[in-house]
Write a protein that binds this ligand. Structure first.
Ligand SMILES: Nc1nc2c(ncn2[C@@H]2O[C@H](COP(=O)(O)OP(=O)(O)OP(=O)(O)O)[C@@H](O)[C@H]2O)c(=O)[nH]1
Ligand SMILES: [Mg+2]
Length: 377
């Protein structure tokens, strides 16, 4: 009897265990499904690097991202708002291309140095500055025992950034109106630049007067008039062939009377002979300050696609008027970019603004760090 009871007890225990195991299995069967869902929690960590490396300037875009982390299409919606400011990287492909040979090197040998020298010359850095930079780099590579081309590139970037250090503020006079004169040979982009600068200054809350000091041809004043309309600037012009100095003088007086903060004065890029143009500009500079205004910037506009020729122009203009900054236009397209370095090295004049295209948003303050990174990566 006892034996029967024991057997019964054993059977009950075994049955219970079997039932338990069966339930667990069933349970596991359900649990087996989550694995497909398991990778999901790991997804949010993916967008964690929304700090995409080719997204340098757009910190504003990046801030809201943690909230949209799980919805891949949304970041794209955010990106649409940001690219108001054109990026060097997208616009200076020609200049970047000049360095592709050097950047593709896997060792630092004589060929690497030759490649670097050739790249710099091709990028319009100029022979003098290229020699200077290479000598410094060779010494540093030896002294620091640098073996990797990537480290040499970093050294080059640091050197270029150091050489581009400058104050790029666009100066305003203590008492308005400030006068910014735009000078440069014909076709470089003076009038367009004034239009863009006027729009930017108006957006910053300044009242602007544009002065059509290029009286060489009537169309020049009409072109400036259109830009003035677009940015709601006051506009002063003279008749065709009028004395540029007197047009600018009148504009300054009108600006003072209306309480304008800033006079942007266009000038002719050509006269009958070059010496006349320089004399004319000297006079314009003098007369612009005869009244209530102060000339706080003389901006030399240079077309980057003219390469080393731009340097020759810059020398002539700096001799005639005290140039305070360069506006380098057309850095997009076929420009090679190294001219930025050459100008600052040869003339000690900082490039303050660069034109990366034809629309009003395409004139941007020159950012040396962004420029160098775009050039060498
Ligand atoms: N791609 C590009 N084109 C530009 C840029 N800046 C100006 N341009 C173009 O260059 C041409 C000449 O520009 P203007 O502003 O008329 O030049 P300017 O120096 O006033 O010329 P003159 O009045 O003849 O002395 C125009 O077609 C502009 O649209 C730029 O940064 N990039
Ligand atoms: Mg013009």
């Amino acid at each position: 009897m006892e034996i029967v009871l024991i057997l019964l007890a054993v059977l009950v225990v075994l049955g219970g265990t079997a039932a338990l195991v069966a339930t667990r299995r069933r349970g596991r069967g359900v649990e087996l499904e989550p694995p497909p869902t398991r990778p999901l929690p790991s997804r949010p960590t993916r967008p964690a690097p929304p700090v995409e490396r080719d997204e340098p300037g757009s910190t504003i875009v990046l801030e809201p991202e943690p909230d949209v982390v799980e919805a891949p299409p949304e970041p794209e919606v955010e990106v649409v708002e940001a690219p108001v400011r054109p990026r060097f990287r997208d616009r200076i492909s020609k200049a970047r291309g000049a360095f592709s040979g050097f950047l593709g090197r896997s060792t630092i040998d004589e060929d690497t140095w030759d490649d670097l020298e050739e790249s710099m010359i091709r990028a319009d850095v100029g022979v003098g500055l290229t020699g200077d930079l290479l000598a410094g780099l060779r010494t540093a590579v030896k002294a620091e025992g640098i073996k990797e081309p990537a480290d040499l590139t970093e050294l080059l970037k640091a050197e270029l950034k150091a050489r581009l250090e400058a104050d790029r503020t666009l100066e305003l006079a203590d008492t308005p109106p400030s006068v910014w004169l735009f000078v440069g040979v014909n076709g470089v982009g003076k009038t367009t630049t004034i239009g863009k600068v006027g729009a930017a200054q108006a957006a910053e809350g300044r009242t602007v007067t544009m002065a059509a000091g290029d009286t060489f041809r009537a169309a020049a004043a009409e072109q400036l008039g259109l830009w003035a309309e677009r940015s709601d600037a006051h506009f002063v012009r003279g008749g065709e062939g009028a004395d540029p100095s007197s047009v600018i003088f009148d504009a300054v007086e009108a600006a003072a009377a209306r309480g304008s903060d800033l006079v942007l004065a266009d000038t002719a890029g050509r006269l009958h002979t070059k010496s006349n143009l320089m004399d004319e500009l000297r006079k314009v500079r003098r007369v612009a300050e005869k009244g209530a205004g102060t000339v706080s910037e003389v901006l030399l506009v240079i077309d980057a696609t003219t390469g080393q020729n731009g340097l020759v122009q810059a020398r002539e203009f700096t001799e005639a008027v005290e140039v305070t900054g360069v506006v380098l236009t057309k850095l997009d397209g076929s420009a090679k970019g190294g001219i930025v370095l050459a100008i600052q090295h040869e003339l000690g004049i900082p490039v303050k603004l660069v034109g990366l295209g034809e629309t009003a948003d395409d004139l941007v303050p020159f950012d040396p760090d962004e420029f160098v990174e775009a050039l060498l990566s």
